[in-house]
Design a protein around this ligand. Structure first.
Ligand SMILES: [Zn+2]
Length: 411
């Protein structure tokens, strides 16, 4: 357990998916290098920069695995799938044999994934489609749970019997199939016939659905069907306070991170205007984080905007999001932390999302941390080249948390 000043305050800022490669569109720089981020650079200059590998090679690259690791939990031992985390976020209790499945509304045209968000369909439209899907599937084991926009859940209730799925049931995240054929990526393995049956039923149901007719009239993409993936059972994660002796709170607009917070015992701080997209209210997130420091030991602020810009291949948008995070979240948080005397601040994405591929990838991410007991290294800026030059490497990455909380580097 940390024996540093008991009143030490901690903050973690996660610019989701911000790690990247040099971009021609950015003069050969990465988005982190190209962005004006003086507050993040100050963390690097005052403290240490390094690399962490949050996604083990055998697990899928994504925020679920990577953030579990970034928050100090070994995903190789604890990860059971994405959907159970999101079910926790929605307060959906899972029995021992129940399975949760992510249920995207998507646009598939001629067996090509045209849009994994069905044109960012609205929550109201999505809910109407899923209520009709529930009616079509009847009262059997299936439970549709509408979420936000295209992100929804489907539960399989085992009702005491064994479930037809296993760890060998394979599904593919739709955001990995943008502009590609889906023919080889339908669910496969144990119980996949049931998943494919639900998907096929929605193809028929949505084909002439009034919601889609109205969307197409307005020139918007239709939701052609549900895409099922991220299947899993409830993970058993020990509370963070039990593992690290610190209380924590989470600020995020993304269900996945909300669920992780619930499962590790962190209350969530709701921020009006936080959207989980590039139009989020950065300043409101920063202000709520500063206020929360008074109530807990550690505040974690996750920002999805950088990942969404990456999925869209928008280099300028990714740079803009980084600059907003720097000015409205990292800067005020660092200033507030200094007021507490003893503090530590960590800035790190969960995984890279290269603009070139528009999807999450394996590999190291750069982190910067500073504060009480952390001696400065030679790095002056927070970016991939600085991290590449560092000898401070965490692989597996989940071990960074213990160091951040107990950091006594370079004494
Ligand atoms: Zn992510």
């Amino acid at each position: 357990m940390s024996d540093w000043a008991p009143m030490m305050k901690y903050a973690i800022v996660i610019p989701d998916g911000c790690a990247d490669e040099p971009q021609d569109a950015l003069g050969g720089k990465t988005p982190l290098e190209a962005a004006r981020v003086p507050a993040m650079d100050a963390v690097a200059a005052q403290g240490q920069v390094g690399r962490a590998v949050n996604v083990p090679a055998h697990l899928p690259a994504g925020s679920d695995v990577a953030t579990m690791s970034l928050l100090g939990y070994d995903p190789a031992a604890n990860f059971t799938g994405r959907a159970p985390l999101e079910a926790a976020a929605q307060g959906l209790a899972l029995g021992a044999d129940d399975w949760a499945i992510r249920c995207n509304l998507v646009t598939v045209i001629d067996q090509q994934m045209r849009d994994f968000t069905a044109g960012h369909i609205s929550t109201a439209e999505g809910t109407e489609l899923l209520q009709d899907a529930q009616r079509a599937c009847g009262a059997g084991p299936w439970e549709f749970h509408p979420g936000v926009s295209y992100r929804n859940l489907l539960l399989y209730r085992a009702h005491g019997g064994p479930a037809p799925f296993s760890a060998d049931t394979r599904t593919t995240p739709p955001h990995d199939l943008t502009d590609k054929s889906v023919m080889d990526d339908y669910p496969r393995g144990p119980g996949s016939d049931l998943l494919n049956d639900v998907m096929n039923r929605t193809v028929e149901l949505f084909a002439d659905h009034p919601v889609n007719a109205a969307r197409q009239q307005q020139g918007q993409l239709p939701a052609t069907n549900v895409w099922l993936w991220g299947i899993g059972r409830k993970p058993s994660l020990p509370p963070f306070e039990q593992l690290y002796g610190k209380r924590g709170s989470m600020i995020t607009a993304v269900d996945l991170l909300r669920g992780l917070a619930v499962l590790i015992g962190w209350p969530r701080i709701e921020v009006p205007g936080a959207t989980g997209y590039t139009d989020t209210d950065y300043a409101a997130k920063g202000a709520h984080a500063v206020a929360a420091l008074a109530e807990t030991d550690l505040v974690c602020v996750h920002v999805e905007a950088t990942d969404e810009a990456s999925h869209e291949g928008d280099a300028a948008g990714k740079v803009r999001a980084l600059e907003q995070i720097d000015r409205h979240i990292v800067e005020p948080l660092h200033a507030a932390l200094r007021q507490y005397g003893d503090y530590r601040l960590l800035v790190s994405p969960d995984h890279p999302t290269p603009l070139r591929t528009k999807t999450h990838s394996h590999g190291p991410v750069p982190f910067a941390m500073c504060g009480t007991g952390i001696q400065p290294d030679r790095a002056a800026t927070y970016d991939e080249p600085s991290a590449a030059a560092s000898t401070l490497v965490f692989d597996p990455g989940w071990q960074l948390m213990a160091c951040f909380l107990d950091a006594f580097l370079g004494a």
